[in-house]
Write a protein that binds this ligand. Structure first.
Ligand code: ZN
Length: 211
């Protein structure tokens, strides 16, 4: 299965391939779409362009999209109910962009519709890594959501990066080295991430399994 990942940066994309392969339970062929996004709101704004390029100009089977929530609203099951979509939630925003893009697209003959899945890392992808790697103290979606509601926040993005990379401002190559080194443990930790990040990762994993 050929899968393209579109997210906030290259290091994230490598980790997402590892996670998606673990969710699917079989090998995938990673494809890197252009243009490469850098942060939010580029992911949201470039998504229609990326979707169209992949759908019309490639034979890729599925597109994975992911963003960091930072301090914005976390996604939960209530947003998946009819009429429950939440404009302040980045996962819901990305889902809406995808729905609108597909609705506007002219169907390509003999081309299967592109499968998609959207993830929202709360507050950033390093929280998923730490959860998957079984690190203490625990990082969870609920802890972060509670901190948003009733400050202070339980940790900062810099804290999480520091715990993963030993640096709050890791270079791209350091990030990629860590993901490379930890890929097996990351894959083995998928169930834990699904349990502790049910909104941003659980929804994403369920979408992938429904393909
Ligand atoms: Zn949502």
């Amino acid at each position: 299965m050929r899968i393209a990942v579109f997210s906030e940066g290259e290091a994230d994309e490598r980790a997402l391939f590892v996670l998606v392969e673990a969710i699917l339970g079989r090998a995938i062929e990673p494809v890197h779409p252009a243009p490469r996004s850098r942060g939010w709101p580029s992911v949201r704004d470039q998504l229609p362009l990326v979707w169209r390029a992949i759908y019309y100009q490639s034979e890729v089977d599925a597109l994975i999209v992911a963003a960091d929530s930072n301090s914005t609203m976390t996604h939960d099951a209530s947003h998946d109910q009819p009429g429950g979509q939440e404009d302040r939630c980045r996962l819901c925003q990305l889902q809406r962009v995808l729905t609108e893009t597909v609705q506007r697209a002219a169907k390509r003959e003999n081309r299967k519709m592109l499968r998609t899945a959207v993830g929202l890392a709360v507050p950033c992808i390093e929280a998923w890594y730490l959860c998957a790697l079984g690190s203490n103290p625990r990082t969870t979606e609920a802890l972060w959501a509670n901190g948003l509601k009733t400050p202070p926040l339980p940790y900062s993005k810099d804290d999480l990066k520091h715990r993963v990379y030993d640096s709050a401002i890791p270079s791209r190559s350091l990030m990629q080295d860590v993901i490379q080194r930890e890929a097996q443990r990351l894959a083995a930790g998928v169930e834990a991430v699904e349990r502790w990040f049910p909104g941003g990762f659980g929804t994403f994993a369920a979408e992938i399994r429904s393909w």
